[in-house]
Design a protein around this ligand. Structure first.
Ligand SMILES: NC(=O)c1ccc[n+]([C@@H]2O[C@H](COP(=O)([O-])OP(=O)(O)OC[C@H]3O[C@@H](n4cnc5c(N)ncnc54)[C@H](OP(=O)(O)O)[C@@H]3O)[C@@H](O)[C@H]2O)c1
Length: 406
């Protein structure tokens, strides 16, 4: 336990391991763990120099940079010995091996989503996690993450649920003139453009074509009305099963800003999602690994740039169903803006939820054990209040019906 100088509270001295700590999301999570909880953080990544920069920029007294390859079982076991919780902010392909290592070491775990199929596989380890007395919270970022908790919060207000529809968009206030730079891992973006999404339709999990389900949805200004399409995401893998109440439809749609959509489509169509190695002047490298290296380098350099872009990030979750036998709807809007002190909005609304969850796991506020999605273990209102402290704003609108003729 340590003493908080500002408000005199006794706070938990949590020890956390962040994997992928120099990534776009991981670096911001390290910062939130230190700023909000005074946690001692082991910041781990493949490249020691990059993670040293993160420690220097955050708080070198609290952040220990280490070079760690999460696929190295022995190194993982050693790193996990010293911590209460591991926050996996690396690529989703690593989820299963990192989660397995956490369960084996008896350490609580969070990740940023298993991209539907990975999530379904991870859920199968729930008994193993329960037996180890461990909680593994899957997909606790912005979406998946905050939107799953919004789904549960909406369902709590209704007697029964018919559908949960999730939407996400982002952008800049100025008209974009440059090609879109993804606000999250280019690997995931390319997978989203090339793999079939899963949704829940009439109570059954089905696959639909990539970028199908076109619809128009109103998001807060300056986004306004956006065109959104289905892409592969993990929310429909869990929400109907864990929220229950008769939920028959669950979908996730993305409203890509026009320039971003054009960039990502072009990259996917040119074959940058391919993992097949090519021989380039004697060096072997897949198009996907090449573009990932370019992108992570650009993210790392951009972190030290003085250029501030006026950026925003919006999420919307509509839960429809019945209340007192009449139609009802609960809508949540989640808004974040860039903040000169804390960095880009899209990193903040994804990076803060794992930090809050890690704190709740370490202090026992989350006491369910097993492998669980956010809707199954996170108490919505306190969670939304914690987000609000970091200027991630959650607005709830409840619409109920009345009839005066029966
Ligand atoms: N739930 C949500 O709302 C949400 C939102 C955005 C992103 N995401 C997901 O979050 C994940 C991270 O996204 P991001 O944008 O932060 O990606 P990113 O910037 O590419 O960061 C990933 C980090 O993981 C590191 N890494 C890769 N392999 C590793 C290994 N074997 N051991 C240790 N570290 C390793 C990378 O290191 P190097 O750079 O040294 O290679 C990089 O620093 C992605 O899977 C993304 O889809 C979720």
């Amino acid at each position: 336990m340590i003493y908080d100088e500002k408000d005199g509270r006794v706070v938990l001295n949590m020890k956390a391991l962040v994997i992928g700590a120099s990534g776009q999301i991981g670096a911001m999570t390290v910062k939130d763990l230190v700023d909000s909880y005074k946690a001692d953080v082991v910041a781990a990544d493949l490249d020691l120099d990059k993670v040293k920069q993160v420690a220097k920029a955050t708080n070198p007294n609290r952040v220990t940079p280490v070079k760690l390859d999460a696929t190295d079982g022995k190194a993982m076991a050693k790193a996990l010995k010293r911590v209460d919780v591991v926050l996996n902010s690396a690529w989703y392909e690593l989820n299963m091996s990192i989660m397995n290592a956490a369960i084996k070491a008896g350490v609580h775990y969070t990740d940023l989503g298993g991209f539907y199929d990975g999530t379904l596989k991870q859920l199968k380890l729930t008994k193993k996690a329960e037996d180890a007395g461990v909680t593994c919270v899957l997909g606790i970022g912005s979406t998946p993450g905050i939107t799953n908790v919004c789904g549960a919060a909406g369902a709590n207000k209704l007697d029964s649920v018919d559908s949960i529809s999730i939407y996400c968009t982002w952008g800049t206030k100025q008209k974009a003139t440059k090609a879109g730079m993804p606000a999250y891992s280019i690997r995931t973006v390319l997978d989203e453009m090339t793999q079939k999404p899963g949704i829940v339709d009439k109570g059954r999990k089905i696959r639909v074509p990539i970028m199908s389900g076109e619809t128009s949805v109103v998001m807060p200004e300056p986004s306004g009305k956006v065109t959104a399409h289905y892409i592969k995401h993990s929310e429909p893998a869990t929400m109907a099963d864990f929220i229950g109440k008769g939920t028959k439809h669950v979908s996730f749609r993305i409203g890509f800003p026009d320039v971003d959509l054009a960039t990502f489509k072009t990259l996917a169509e040119l074959g940058f999602s391919s993992e097949k190695e090519l021989n380039v002047g004697g060096c072997k490298c897949s198009p996907k690994d090449y573009i990932t290296a370019m992108y992570t380098d650009a993210v790392s350099s951009a972190r030290h740039s003085k250029e501030i872009v006026d950026e925003y990030d919006y999420l919307r979750t509509d839960v429809t169903g019945k209340k007192d036998r009449l139609p009802a709807r609960c809508t949540f809007f989640v808004s974040t803006w860039n903040d000169r002190k804390t960095g880009l909005s899209s990193a903040r609304d994804t990076a803060v939820p794992p930090s809050i969850t890690a704190n709740w796991l370490a202090d026992g506020k989350i006491d369910k054990r097993g492998v669980l999605p956010p809707e199954a273990c996170i108490d919505p209102e306190p969670f939304f209040k914690e987000l609000g402290k970091r200027k991630i704003m959650v607005d709830e609108q409840l619409q109920v019906s009345s009839k005066y003729y029966r």
